[in-house]
Design a protein around this ligand. Structure first.
Ligand code: NAD
Length: 261
C-alpha cells in the first residue's frame, strides 16, 4: 500500500466518528503527534495541541481549522509546573476532555556502561512519569463523567529492546505496564486505556536511521516500506472511537510486520 492510499484510508474510514469529543495530544507540534492530531480532527474531534514550539503548534491548529478546530497550549513536559497545569488548563479553556493521547517522547542512546544518570532521568520523566501524571489528572475528570479514552504511544521497544536503548526501552516497557494497570482499574468507570506501539516511523527524530547511507528498508520491514505518522494515527483514531468499545489494556503494534520476524 502506498503512503497516499494509507492517508486516504485513515481519513475516510472514521469520518465523523469522534464528533463532539475533545482530545488533547502531547508532542503534537510535529511528527507522529501532529499526524495523530490531524487524524483525530478529520474524525470530528476538537483537538488541543500541546508542545514546546509555539510556531509549529499554531501551524497544526491552523490545519485543524478545516475540521472541528482546536487550540494550542504551550507546555514543556520537563517542567513540573507545566505538567501540573496542563489538564486544568484544557478543562478551564475548553470546558471538557474526552481523549488524552500521551505521545510526547524522547530517547537518549547510550551504551549501558556509560549511560549518564541525567539522560536516564530525562527519558524516564518525559516518557513514563509525565504520562502517569497527565493520565491521573485526566482520569479524575473522565471517571467523574464515566466516559473517556486514554491512549499511550509506546514503541516496539516496549516489548523487545536493542543495544543502547536502556532508558528508552525501560520507559516504554514501563508505559505498557502502567497502561495495563490503568485499564484494569478504570474499565468499570467507562474509561478505556490502550497503547499504540509503533515500529520505525519516518519522522525528524528517526532521520539518523532511515536517512543513513545504505539503510535497507526491505531487510528490516516485511511490508517493504517505512511507516508514516498516518499509519500510527489510524490506529489511534480506531482506539479512540466507539468501534473499540470492548478493547481495554491492549498494546496495538503498528510496525509493518517488523516484530513477527
Ligand atoms: P518527534 O521528536 O518527531 O516528536 C516528538 C514530539 O514530542 C515533538 O512534538 C516534541 O516537541 C515533543 N516533546 C519532546 N520533549 C518534550 C517536552 N519536554 N515537552 C513537550 N513536548 C516535548 O518524535 P516522533 O518520532 O514523532 O515520536 C513521537 C512518539 O512516538 C514518541 O513517544 C516516540 O517514542 C514514539 N515512537 C516513535 C517511533 C518512530 O520511529 N518515529 C517509533 C516508536 C515509537
Amino acid at each position: 500500500m502506498s503512503e497516499t492510499s494509507s492517508n486516504d484510508r485513515e481519513a475516510h474510514a472514521f469520518a465523523g466518528a469522534l464528533t463532539g469529543r475533545t482530545a488533547l495530544v502531547t508532542g503534537a507540534t510535529r511528527g507522529i503527534g501532529r499526524g495523530i492530531a490531524l487524524a483525530l480532527g478529520k474524525a470530528g474531534a476538537r483537538v488541543i495541541v500541546t508542545g514546546r514550539g509555539e510556531t509549529n503548534g499554531q501551524a497544526v491548529v491552523e490545519e485543524l481549522r478545516q475540521y472541528s478546530g482546536g487550540g494550542f497550549i504551550a507546555a514543556d513536559l520537563t517542567d513540573d509546573r507545566d505538567v501540573d497545569s496542563l489538564i486544568p488548563a484544557v478543562l478551564d479553556q475548553y470546558g471538557d476532555l474526552d481523549i488524552l493521547v500521551n505521545n510526547a517522547g524522547i530517547d537518549a542512546d547510550n551504551p549501558f556502561l556509560e549511560h549518564p544518570l541525567e539522560d536516564w532521568r530525562r527519558v524516564l520523566k518525559v516518557n513514563l512519569e509525565v504520562p502517569f501524571r497527565l493520565s491521573q489528572a485526566a482520569a479524575r475528570h473522565l471517571v467523574a463523567k464515566k466516559r473517556g479514552v486514554i491512549i499511550n504511544i509506546s514503541s516496539v521497544y516496549g516489548t523487545v529492546s536493542t543495544a543502547e536503548a536502556g532508558s528508552y526501552a525501560a520507559s516504554k516497557h514501563g508505559l505498557n505496564g502502567l497502561s495495563k494497570t490503568m485499564a484494569i482499574e478504570l474499565a468499570s468507570s467507562g474509561v478505556r486505556v490502550n497503547v499504540v506501539a509503533p515500529g520505525l516511523i519516518k519522522t525528524d527524530r528517526t532521520e539518523d536511521i532511515w536517512g543513513a547511507p545504505g539503510f535497507d528498508i526491505a531487510a528490516r520491514m516485511p511490508v517493504g516500506r517505512i511507516g508514516v505518522p498516518e499509519d500510527v494515527a489510524g490506529a489511534v483514531v480506531f482506539l479512540a472511537s466507539d468501534a473499540a468499545d470492548f478493547i481495554h489494556g491492549h498494546v496495538l503494534t503498528v510496525d509493518g510486520g517488523r516484530l513477527i520476524r
